[in-house]
Design a binder for this molecule. Structure first.
Ligand code: NAD
Length: 527
């Protein structure tokens, strides 16, 4: 029955999703009625309740999601040794068997998609569209990465011969145990993306979700179990920075996959470099994503796309649009449209499909918001928003108005730092090339967007913008909405390290190391 329902893909915003959202709503109601329970860690295929127990609460209304166990050093040691033991068998399996099992993880996720999307809503405060989009993205990610192994014959290829009797091949091989460290905002798609990359590469995994997202972390471990991934190949440790740091400092880990803030990513890079010998660190970090609206743009499309990217998921996306540069000739008209669209946003507890913005993730995010608004009031002008919402359901969490600010100096910290909030700074420009230069003048380079119908302007944007994912003229999102196999997602500058991104054809290879194998095929080999 559900097969006939459309899939949410972030970009298909005009579609009727009422059937999908009706099922999701039922799932949420069912989950809300269920008693809160304990969610053990998973070590060596067995549930593990060692470590300090903590209760996780929903940012929507403070209700209890369940209790989790903060792993200590002992659990970290045991998880890594369980993963090392499991790796011996998993890493030497034929790649086709690994692909078949990993594909089943995607199938199981597809079977459970409403439960996982509901978990994502409860613990992250996502809207229905964001949650379903994330789960669909996660399914496609696993399948796309699996396709890559098949398309590349398991990353095995014969090479040239230096002499006729020599036979050489090149093969990508696993490293061993990968620690996979996940941020809170896309706990399913990013968690499963790194997990799938590591598993397809033949590695075993210790997965550490964000402390805000243990429930979806549990789902990922459960899906792997249901798919038949052998015990110990995927281990789950809940907890926060200390657990992450213990993984980073552990000599039993052969490689790291991390997505999160620039500060933590940089710290991990330094810690790993200080720890004996260098190991691969696949790191994707934050963004400060600009968008340009020229005088040739369709302003309705531009206002819609900027509003969606700035305020979707409460601005808590690495790809959120945080700065928009507008041509002076259309500034007033664009601002009227943008403010009107922002005013119309439905903010509240995401318990129905109508809600577009839910709560901020926690009090620390709200404090950042309050501070940014104070600075904006002092150094610029708040055109819309700038306050916390109060009364009724708003008192259950940190709900804030989408905030639009103008008049901040180019060098202002609010124009340079990632805020990770529903906070948009608007700048006026007379010269597009100068605007792009200023938009590039940040420590990040994740995404950028443009609205222009003039081909020369579009080409200038494509040529000059310093970011890994560029979008033009999208109503569904100025700078957001990448999809596996459709947009690759590579952080340039301070947003990444590898120069190759997720969601694309060069991702899985990063979880493997290259080996050439040369064999002399006759007795002449001995000469
Ligand atoms: P965060 O950096 O605070 O935490 C990310 C993960 O690292 C969490 O699991 C956390 O517990 C863990 N951690 C914290 N300190 C650690 C340490 N010392 N050692 C090891 N692990 C540690 O990020 P967050 O608030 O969860 O997520 C938001 C950030 O993630 C934003 O900066 C956002 O831009 C970024 N992000 C980037 C992408 C991308 O693809 N580039 C995608 C999503 C989010």
């Amino acid at each position: 029955m559900n097969q006939a329902l459309p899939r949410v893909t972030y970009s298909n915003i005009g579609t009727d999703f009422s059937g999908v959202f009706g099922l999701l709503q039922k799932q949420l109601e069912q989950d809300a009625a269920a008693p809160a329970r304990a969610f053990p860690n998973l070590i060596g295929g067995k549930p593990d309740e060692a470590g300090a127990r903590y209760i996780a609460r929903s940012p929507i209304d403070g209700s209890e999601i369940g209790s989790f166990f903060e792993a200590g050093q002992g659990e970290v040691d045991r998880a890594i040794s369980a993963a090392s033991a499991a790796f011996r068998e998993w890493g030497s399996r034929p790649w086709k068997e690994r692909v078949a099992l990993v594909r089943r993880v995607a199938d199981r996720l597809s079977d459970h998609k409403y439960e996982v999307a509901a978990a994502c809503i409860r613990e992250v405060g996502k809207s229905f569209g964001e949650a379903m989009g994330e789960v669909e993205e996660a399914i496609d990610l696993v399948r796309y990465y699996s396709d890559q192994l098949e398309a590349n014959d398991g990353f095995y290829r014969p090479l040239s011969r230096a002499v006729p009797i020599e036979e050489t091949s090149d093969v990508l091989r696993p490293y061993g145990v990968f620690a996979v460290i996940v941020p809170f905002n896309f706990p399913v798609a990013l968690g499963i993306g790194m997990l799938a990359g590591a598993l397809l590469g033949g590695n075993a995994v210790v997965l550490k979700p964000s402390p805000q997202a243990g429930l979806t972390g549990h789902w990922l471990a459960r899906l792997c179990e249901e798919a038949g991934i052998p015990g110990g190949v995927v281990n789950l440790l809940c907890g926060g920075a200390e657990v992450g740091q213990a993984l980073v400092d552990h000599s039993g880990v052969a490689g790291y996959a991390f997505i999160g803030s620039h500060a933590v990513g940089t710290r991990i890079l330094r810690s790993v470099a200080a720890g004996g010998y260098n190991r691969p660190v696949i790191i994707e970090m934050g963004g400060k994503n600009p968008c340009y609206v020229t005088a040739s743009a369709d302003l309705d499309v531009a206002a819609e796309g900027v509003m969606r990217s700035a305020f979707g998921l409460q601005g808590q996306k690495c790809s959120s649009c945080s700065k928009v540069y507008v041509d002076r000739r259309v500034y007033a008209e664009f601002m009227d449209k943008l403010v009107a669209k922002s005013r119309a946003i439905k903010i509240g507890a995401p318990r129905s499909a109508a809600t577009f913005m839910g709560p901020l993730i926690n009090e620390a995010a709200f404090q950042r918001f309050a501070q940014a608004c104070d600075q904006a009031r002092r150094d610029g002008r708040i055109v819309h928003g700038g306050e916390r919402l109060e009364g009724g359901e708003y008192d259950g969490g940190f709900y804030v108005a989408p905030t639009i600010v103008e008049g901040l100096a180019a060098e202002h910290r609010l124009n340079k730092d990632e805020l990770f909030l529903p906070f948009l700074s608007v700048q006026v420009f007379d010269d597009l090339e100068m605007a792009i230069r200023d938009g590039n003048d940040i420590a990040y380079g994740l995404t950028a967007g443009a609205y222009a119908r003039d081909e020369a302007e579009l080409n200038l944007f494509l040529d000059k913008a310093e970011a890994g994912a560029l979008y033009a003229n999208r109503a569904s999102g100025a700078t957001t909405g990448a999809w596996p196999g459709v947009q690759t997602f590579c952080g340039w500058k301070g947003s990444g390290v590898a120069g190759k991104g997720a969601l694309g054809p060069y991702y899985v290879q990063q979880f493997m190391r290259e080996q050439s194998r040369t064999i002399m095929r006759t007795s002449a080999a001995a000469e």
